[in-house]
Write a protein that binds this ligand. Structure first.
Ligand code: SDX
Length: 428
């Protein structure tokens, strides 16, 4: 592999260093480009630009490969639970039993919210968008835990990670309970992470939710499949905000805002709305494809396509299989699953989708499974955020621990008006 790349521009010719990642990804290091040539690069949406070096997650979009800290997602999906994956992502290796037990204890001990949070929940309209509330409440954690505005050591980092991962679950459940006009159900220290979440969502006073092990396993799977995905929009947002040395809570709150977008985490809601539209007869699967192919329509086949995956999204493959098992075990016969399968079948045979390498992504099947568990559609992206939180924390930590990292501040190519004088009002 050549060690440098040559850039020739006018009478200037410079050599820029080339770096190679552990999976043979090659990058031209342009950090000295402007100093040497006065030139900058332009790459809207950063499709060709690496923002950092990272050791957390590896994706091969052509081969449909996804690995967390080198471990294939298929192996993690089969052998682990969400909380173990969270520790793996944040601390870089699989935890030993005593480390996992300690982390679980911290998750259990930190599930409750300060009672003052209730005033914040009560202050929102009943139909407030859950993602708006989630972002606000995660930011509010910084007010109640100022001691974490500066994190100096691994032990403290494990504690703040556990607090955030644990409390986000309680916040999400309370958001749901508030929207339904139901009493808040407090966390039960005897229950494990996912079981406790479902308890806080669906128990009633004097009528405790009995968590079906298959539902618990399916939600563990959904959360761990969402746990990280390298430099996606919301994770890049967390890194951007964290690069100013803003605290972990506020950086993750910013990640929630980016995830909300329908092109990103909001797609799982949009997929269900699209499938329900078809089910109601408003649209046919074929009509969906026609709309998706017609640029003027502004319609996208939600849950399809990906910036990186130009073959199948391995998470979608796993979720497609899980959808069958979970709905079957729960005895749920959801026509939306058949519609989704029909849509996938038609799209994968359609030249427009084949030429553009558009395949189902993580959002295409996740909603059908969550719906079968009784999780309402407007909470789907909140579930994505609960799953993605360990990834955000891991990336924030990786950047925070890198003493060469600097505040992120991209340049631009200015295309506005050239200089001209101020015109007084009476002359305009
Ligand atoms: C997530 O980055 C991540 O890792 C994200 C994520 C994660 O885990 O963090 O994986 C989670 O966000 C998954 C994506 C969820 N979003 C959707 O399902 C929304 C529908 N998908 C599209 O909006 C789109 O595919 C994106 C947003 C996912 C990707 O956007 P890109 O990279 O800008 O799309 P592209 O440049 O690859 O598109 C190439 C072509 C274009 O057409 P042409 O200009 O070449 O004619 O494909 C078309 C696009 O218009 N296209 C679609 C399409 N997706 C791409 N056409 C119809 N329907 C679609 N879904």
């Amino acid at each position: 592999m050549a060690k440098t790349a040559t850039i020739t521009y006018g009478d200037k010719k410079i050599e820029l260093p080339v770096i190679e990642g552990t999976e043979a990804e090659i990058a031209i290091d342009i950090s000295s480009l402007r100093a040497q040539t006065g030139l900058i690069t332009l790459d809207p949406a950063f499709g060709n630009t690496g923002s950092c070096k990272s050791a957390i997650t590896y994706i091969d979009g052509e081969k449909g490969i996804l690995r967390y800290r080198g471990i294939p997602i298929e192996e993690l999906a089969k052998n682990t639970r969400f909380t173990e994956v969270a520790w793996l992502l944040i601390f870089g290796r699989l935890p030993k039993q005593d480390e996992l037990d300690r982390f679980s204890r911290q998750l259990t001990m930190n599930a409750s919210l300060n009672e003052a949070f209730k005033h914040h929940f009560e202050g929102f309209p009943v139909d407030a968008p859950p993602m708006a509330m989630l972002s606000a409440m995660i930011n509010t954690l910084a007010c109640f835990h100022p001691q974490f505005n500066k994190i100096e050591d691994e032990e403290t980092f494990e504690e703040v990670s556990a607090r955030l991962i644990s409390k986000v679950r309680t916040i999400a459940a309370f958001i749901y309970r508030r929207s339904m006009g139901l009493p808040y159900i407090y966390p039960d220290p005897k229950r494990r992470y996912v079981n406790n979440f479902l308890h806080m969502m669906f128990s009633m006073p004097y009528d405790e939710y009995q968590c079906d092990p298959d539902v618990e396993a399916a939600l563990n799977l959904i959360l761990l499949l969402h746990a990280d995905h390298e430099q996606n929009c919301s994770t890049s947002t967390v890194r951007m905000v964290g690069s100013s040395r803003a605290n972990l809570f506020t950086s993750c709150a910013a990640g929630v805002c980016a995830l909300w977008g329908p092109l990103h985490g909001g797609a799982n809601v949009a997929v269900l709305e699209m499938l329900e539209e078809i089910h109601k007869g408003g649209l046919t699967p074929q009509h969906c494809l026609e709309l998706a192919k017609n640029k003027e329509s502004g319609f996208k086949l939600m849950g399809f396509g990906h910036r990186v995956y130009k073959s199948f999204d391995p998470r979608a493959k796993i979720l497609k299989k899980a959808a069958d098992t979970v709905l079957d075990k729960l005895g749920v016969n959801d026509p939306l699953l058949d519609i989704a399968r029909r849509l996938e079948e038609l799209a994968l045979k359609d030249p427009y989708f084949i030429e553009r390498k558009l395949y189902p992504n993580v959002d295409f099947y996740s909603g059908i499974i969550m719906k079968a568990m009784g999780i309402p559609v407007n909470m789907f992206t909140v579930m994505f955020a609960i799953g993605r939180l360990p990834g955000w924390i891991a990336h924030w930590k990786e950047q925070h621990d890198d003493n060469t990292s600097r505040i992120a501040r991209p340049r631009q190519v200015y295309i506005g008006p050239t200089t001209h004088d101020y015109v007084p009002m009476n002359k305009r």
